[in-house]
Design a binder for this molecule. Structure first.
Ligand code: HPA
Length: 248
């Protein structure tokens, strides 16, 4: 198969990639099972790009039911070596308000009960991968460079806290996460990043801030309508940024 310059995993509110042309669909089976949906492969600003909707194209999978291993293995099977994860998140600290795009450099995993390793099955190799820098530094720096070239404002760095969901957090949980050093909160950052490292994929996160996390904003209820409207507004520059990243 022709090489894929970049694979993109879309999160809540990003179920397809705008400006992806000549799209072919691939239903891929992996040794870990079936991914969240078909992989759409096409041309974005001249580059071959693959796209997969993490929750399924109709958002049918909650975060704890996503087969993260199958998703990443399927992207690797069709020839991807680099993955840009789009993650819809809540903002906790000052510089991470709604509609901000961020490229975090750290994460803390608060999830539980998810299959989080390729070493799960008896007889598989036991892997202890280095994870000090959970996002591939070279790919991160390319994301930042692509944002600069395309004029997309991007917050450099920050700590992503991955929670179990699907419910949103309590004010006290977010206050604890703030004390822990988290800037962002989302439900799908792990085990995806750890599995990417185990698979040897380059992996970076582009977080789309959809709302102030619980207790960080004006105290109003967080609604799905607010989340989706902010994701939509913040995503306008993504096709250009992704096309530029795929080029580099
Ligand atoms: N918490 C967890 N995940 C999220 C949030 C949030 O506030 N907003 C969007 N995804």
């Amino acid at each position: 198969m022709e090489p894929i310059a970049l694979a993109v995993i879309g999160g809540t509110g990003v179920y397809k990639l705008a400006q992806l042309d000549d799209v072919s669909s691939h239903s891929v089976e992996t040794r870990y099972g079936t991914p969240s949906g078909p992989i759409r492969v096409g041309t974005l600003l001249g580059q071959r790009v693959a796209f997969l909707a993490r929750h399924g194209e109709g958002h049918s999978l909650p975060p704890h039911k996503i087969n993260y291993r199958a998703n990443l293995a399927a992207l690797q099977q069709i020839g991807a070596t680099r993955v840009l994860a789009l993650n819809t998140v809540g903002g906790i600290t000052e510089h991470f308000g709604p509609r901000v795009l961020a490229c975090p450099d750290q994460l803390i995993d608060y999830t539980w009960g998810r299959i989080s390793t390729l070493s799960e099955e008896p007889g598989s190799d036991v892997l202890h991968v280095d994870f000090g820098h959970p996002y591939t530094p070279i790919l991160r720096s390319k994301v930042l460079a692509a944002a600069k070239v395309t004029g997309v404002r991007l917050q450099d760095g920050g700590c992503y806290g991955a929670t179990q969901g699907p419910r949103l957090e309590t004010n006290a949980e977010i206050a604890r996460m703030r004390r822990d050093g988290c800037d962002l909160v989302g439900m799908t950052g792990m085990p995806e990043a750890g599995l990417a490292r185990e698979l040897g994929l380059d992996y970076a996160c582009l977080a789309i801030v959809a709302n102030w996390a619980a207790g960080c904003g004006d105290g109003d209820e967080i609604t799905m309508a607010e989340v989706l409207a902010n994701v939509d507004a913040a995503s306008a520059g993504l096709p250009e940024l992704i096309g530029e990243l795929a080029r580099g």
